[in-house]
Design a protein around this ligand. Structure first.
Ligand SMILES: Cc1cc2nc3c(=O)[nH]c(=O)nc-3n(C[C@H](O)[C@H](O)[C@H](O)COP(=O)(O)OP(=O)(O)OC[C@H]3O[C@@H](n4cnc5c(N)ncnc54)[C@H](O)[C@@H]3O)c2cc1C
Length: 399
């Protein structure tokens, strides 16, 4: 039954039903195939493009829907209910972590070449920050993009790793050093076609998130037109720091929904499985744990919704987004572990989705900023009174 909500209207509710049906009929039935192949077919991106799902926050001028952020929240919640962390990641990275930079600060030409086909699901995007020697410390990246003698191209050298959509994706928002000696003031964002000469992609073998492809990408003298620069040269670090709010909020929304899904599977099982002549859902030891799990999920959900609301008001929400990512991803890890326990031996069998959830959930406190880094950010804000200011002056921070 639909309950009154501070945040969601009847239209959002209808949209939820539509997305849920899409996930149940066009995604979930392919779980086995996509997880085994360790790949998502491009056709599903095209289908989501057709349905408008890949352009929810973006302007209609580029094929987007220009919908308020609650539509994105609904979409991400329903997406996570596919029960395949890999698919959820591939889609959310594409829309909310890679192409959002082009929508915000890219030139008109970049928008036509990359944003428009990405919203249509014709091109798949990646965000490439992490390198073999550095992940948490973005300022220490070593991949360089130096101007050619003629000055019309950047020549890129270096290696990125753990890049989602990096193996089969079409292009990347690439984080590079354009002034290698300048620390955070020398970082820029470039759009790079992943089929460019000089690029070598190696698919990585992961513990979970099997349907998402994750790559190491090497750049050897890869030439890219200077016009592929997103926004201003050497401002990339600040663009990234601001967009990481959205990235962390997206991760938090999906973590809460993923935890709820694990609980829903478990509630069904508690009513099916019997031990000692009774449904296992009648044992108090289990019931109390389930009550704890449901409480943890609900507490996290309400804080995440509140942070979404602040974000929609255009507030700088670095503290709340970091808290939301930290609390929701740690909570999801605990919840999935507890839920798996109540499936007994079946919980350890690959035929049961809770086993996949257990593998998938582990990376939640690592990717997109580790829990330790979230705590560092929160501590800096509350102990050292570090303040964050908006970077994209005059540009909608919600994109
Ligand atoms: C499946 C998967 C998909 C990913 N997808 C992408 C992607 O699409 N694009 C992308 O750019 N990256 C991606 N990543 C990379 C991810 O964001 C990084 O792994 C993460 O930021 C941590 O960086 P790291 O692995 O280099 O760990 P490190 O930075 O080497 O950290 C190692 C350990 O030290 C801790 N640590 C580091 N600094 C501190 C500190 N100051 N205080 C306390 N503890 C600290 C960390 O928390 C961690 O526990 C992905 C990773 C995985 C596993």
């Amino acid at each position: 039954m639909k309950r009154p909500s501070l945040y969601f209207s009847d239209e959002h509710h209808l949209f939820r039903q539509t997305v849920r049906q899409f996930i149940e009929t066009e995604v979930v039935p392919h779980t086995g195939e996509w997880e085994t192949n360790r790949r998502i077919p491009v056709a599903i991106f095209r289908r989501m493009g057709e349905l408008g799902y890949l352009g929810l926050p973006f302007s209609e001028e580029f094929g987007g829907v220009n919908a308020d952020f609650w539509y994105s929240v609904v979409f991400l919640e329903e997406l996570a209910r596919c029960g395949m962390g890999g698919f959820t990641t591939a889609v959310s990275v594409h829309q909310y972590m890679a192409i959002n930079h082009i929508a915000k600060a890219g030139s008109a030409v970049l928008k036509q070449r990359f944003l428009v086909p990405a919203i249509a699901g014709e091109k798949v995007a990646a965000l490439a920050i992490t390198e073999p020697d550095t992940g948490s410390d973005v300022s220490a990246i070593r991949t360089t993009a130096l101007r050619s003698l003629a000055g019309d191209e950047f020549i890129i050298n270096g290696t990125k790793t753990f890049i989602s959509n990096g193996t089969y994706g079409d292009f990347a928002t690439l984080v590079v050093k354009t002034r290698p000696d300048a620390g955070t003031g020398g970082i820029s964002l470039l759009v790079v076609d992943l089929d460019s000469p000089g690029i070598t992609r190696t698919k990585l073998n992961k513990m979970g998130w099997h349907s998402s492809d994750t790559a190491e990408i090497r750049f050897d003298d890869v030439r890219v037109p200077v016009n592929n620069l997103i926004g201003q040269e050497n401002k990339g670090f600040y663009y990234l720091m601001e967009s990481l709010q959205l990235e962390r909020l997206v991760a938090a929304v999906m973590a809460v929904s993923g935890a709820q899904l694990a609980l829903d599977w478990t509630l069904t099982y508690l009513n099916e499985r019997e031990a000692f002549g009774k449904k296992i859902g009648t044992f108090q030891a289990i019931r109390h744990k389930i009550a704890d799990v449901a409480t943890e999920i609900e507490m996290a959900r309400q804080f995440v919704y509140h942070t979404c609301w602040l974000f929609m008001q255009g507030e700088v929400v670095v503290k709340e987004c970091s808290m939301a990512k930290l609390a929701a991803s740690e909570m999801q890890k605990r919840v999935v572990d507890t839920c798996l326990q109540f499936f007994g031996g079946y919980g350890y069998m690959e035929d049961y989705p809770i086993a996949r959830a257990y593998r998938d959930v582990r990376v939640g406190t690592i990717a997109g900023g580790t829990s330790e880094i979230m705590r560092e950010i929160i501590a800096k804000i509350i102990i050292d009174a570090v303040a964050y200011k908006p970077v994209y002056d005059g540009v909608d921070a919600r994109l």
